[in-house]
Design a protein around this ligand. Structure first.
Ligand code: CTP
Ligand code: MN
Ligand code: MN
Ligand code: MN
Length: 378
């Protein structure tokens, strides 16, 4: 290697589930830009374009050094013409004109604000924008009928859009542990989602709940929710039965115990006192006595209950990242002729379910090296 034109050339496997993606990212300027375009595409019902930008950003996240020259990107997977144009613009001009104009666009700003309301998706936001609603004041002034989730989302807008810290996630974890221990001793609570991947903040806190004896988890969610409600911990909750039967997870057929997954979308009321009990020494919120500010905050929390027979699949499916999950399913389908869901792994060639009691076994069934949660931050 003595060539004077030499630049570092990277080699990266094409599926995110073949790669180790830590939270250390040397290319945040580029990945933030591509993520913003992905978000804009997703909010505009252009899912394909969204995935393409997410895949491109994920490739840049694993590069060991900041990209300084387009030649370093030769041979890398998932970098389409459009993503390469954005990267080139940033390397040459310090910013991407497309990203900057998207950020400034009234439509993007309105979509962001409106979908920031819990319970509001891209479709609803789009409809409101077509009716002339671009911000929260206009939403409040309009005579739109809001559902229960959206009313809670509007009421707790600022809290819900403020990132959740690890200390707050731990405090919520203690409350959930107490609830679960009270209604079903022996049941187990596992932190999932971004916090399991080692993130220091998140948009919500996610928990998976199971019991080591198959069947004992049946009917558990309503009991947990009742306990939490009786203690005043819930500002909002909606419990849904498993939607597996209606999902588009592929040809994997549910077996008899597969209608048991239950999920609860909720908004917790977290007292500053609870946070201190969980080990945080200093509170940044003013106390009620200090200045009339409320001594609590609203936090989005997702709870999932799984039977122990599906626990490993649920754990893998709910740890994320969303792109990592998508890539696992794409790998399973395209490279292994298998169907992976949060419930099961089905081999379409052998026409059989592949059992697993750990995430390691699922990676092995898929012919992949095991990737720990902290390296699934694609
Ligand atoms: N998930 C899912 N079905 C949904 C929503 C989420 O299976 N309807 C999964 C996602 O694929 C992800 C996990 O649940 O693996 C957590 O999702 P989410 O809380 O949205 O994302 P996080 O990775 O936890 O990121 P954040 O910190 O923003 O919460
Ligand atoms: Mn939303
Ligand atoms: Mn989460
Ligand atoms: Mn979640």
């Amino acid at each position: 290697p003595t060539n004077e034109a030499e630049v570092e050339v990277f080699s990266v496997p094409s599926y995110a589930c073949q790669r180790r993606t830590t939270l250390e990212n040397r290319n945040t300027v580029l990945t933030d830009a591509l993520s913003l375009l992905a978000e804009n595409a997703e909010l505009s019902a252009e899912e394909g374009r969204g995935v393409a930008f997410r895949r491109a950003a994920a490739v840049l996240k694993v590069l060991p050094e900041p990209v300084t020259d387009m030649t370093q990107l030769r041979g890398l997977p998932c970098l389409g013409e459009h993503s390469l144009r954005v990267i080139k613009d940033i390397l040459e001009n310090g910013a991407s004109s497309e990203v900057e104009s998207t950020k400034q666009s009234e439509r993007f700003k309105a979509l962001k604000v409106l979908t920031g309301v819990f319970g509001v998706g891209a479709k609803t936001a789009d409809r409101w924008i077509r009716e002339g609603i671009h911000d929260l004041q206009q939403l409040k002034d309009s005579r739109q009928t809001l559902n229960r989730a959206q009313r809670a989302g509007l009421e707790h807008y600022d809290d819900i859009n403020q990132p959740v810290s690890k200390a707050e996630a731990d405090a919520i974890g203690e409350i959930v542990e107490e609830a679960v221990a009270s209604v079903l001793p022996g049941a187990q609570v596992t932190l999932i989602g971004g916090f399991r991947r080692g993130k220091l903040s998140g948009h919500d806190v996610d928990f998976l709940i199971t019991h080591p004896e198959e069947g004992r988890e049946v009917g558990l969610m309503p009991k947990i929710v009742s306990w939490l409600e009786s203690q005043g911990f819930l500002l909002y909750q909606k419990t849904t039965r498993n939607s597996y039967l209606e999902s588009d997870d592929g040809p994997a057929r549910p077996c008899s115990n597969m209608d048991r997954f239950e999920r609860c979308f909720s908004v917790f009321k977290l007292d500053e006192d609870e946070k201190r009990r969980a080990g945080q020494t200093q509170s940044h919120h003013a106390s009620a006595e200090d200045g009339g500010l409320k001594p609590w905050r609203a936090v989005r929390v997702d709870l999932v209950v799984s039977p122990i027979s599906q626990f490993a699949f649920a754990l893998l499916g709910w740890t994320g990242s969303k792109l990592f999950e998508r890539e696992l399913r794409r790998w399973a389908g395209h490279e292994k002729t298998m169907s992976l869901s949060s419930h099961a792994l089905y081999d379409n060639t052998q026409r059989t379910y592949l059992r697993a009691t750990s995430e390691e076994e699922i990676f092995a069934h898929l012919g992949l090296d095991y990737i720990p949660p902290s390296e699934r931050n694609a």
